[in-house]
Write a protein that binds this ligand. Sequence first.
Ligand SMILES: [Zn+2]
Length: 256
Amino acid sequence: MPVLNISAIPAFQDNYIWLIRTGGTSCAVVDPGEARPVKETLEREGLQLRYILLTHHHPDHIGGAEVLQKQTGADVFGPDDARIPFQYRAVKEGDIARLDELGLEFRVLEVPGHTASHIAFTGHGCLFSGDTLFSVGCGRLFEGTPEQMQISLDKLAELPPDTRVYCGHEYTRANCLFALEVEPENQQLQEKARRVNEMRTKGEITLPGTMGEELAVNPFLRSRQEAVVLAAKKRNPKAAPGASTLAEIRHWKDSW
Ligand SMILES: [Zn+2]
């Protein structure tokens, strides 16, 4: 079993580009929105970029991929979407992204909602969830319906509870504040918010969390829990467990 080493390369305001290593000089990155911080890291650490994984077409996730691909010859895996304007390997549900030089392989999950073609990669106890699942939050519904997002989040929720969740942005502190509006009585959430606040005050990264913890604190994964449904009903009496509650909570967060 290769020893996985995953670290964050910060980009833009609050994006994370995930750097994957297994002890050798070969490496992979997930969602390189810009090339510069990746190139600096490769040079500093003496690494060769062999693979690039893309979760969705948004520029802050793919913006550096083409340059990095040209400069390093890395294999690029991404969702089948014409808005990704360069050559890469399009992958779909159930496909395996093989990172042979790292001895790793990741299974592809289709998780529409934030965008129509959004995918996630899972394997080796990890999930790279892009902008579908954040720590204590989920992505905005730019192209998908609440029903699609519910199905996507349900799919992710089935992963083992110790799965480490590597998402695309450091939004956890604000997400905790919102989640506490939805579920003020949730003690695990109160504790999570306290810890996250401490970490951010020290400038520390709050990721990855685990799927098990997310299931206990993330309102978007809890759209069938009574407290969350009741909070949604206060805003829209028609909210029912599942997608309509998720829709109401998402709508609430959009204007929060
Ligand atoms: Zn996005």
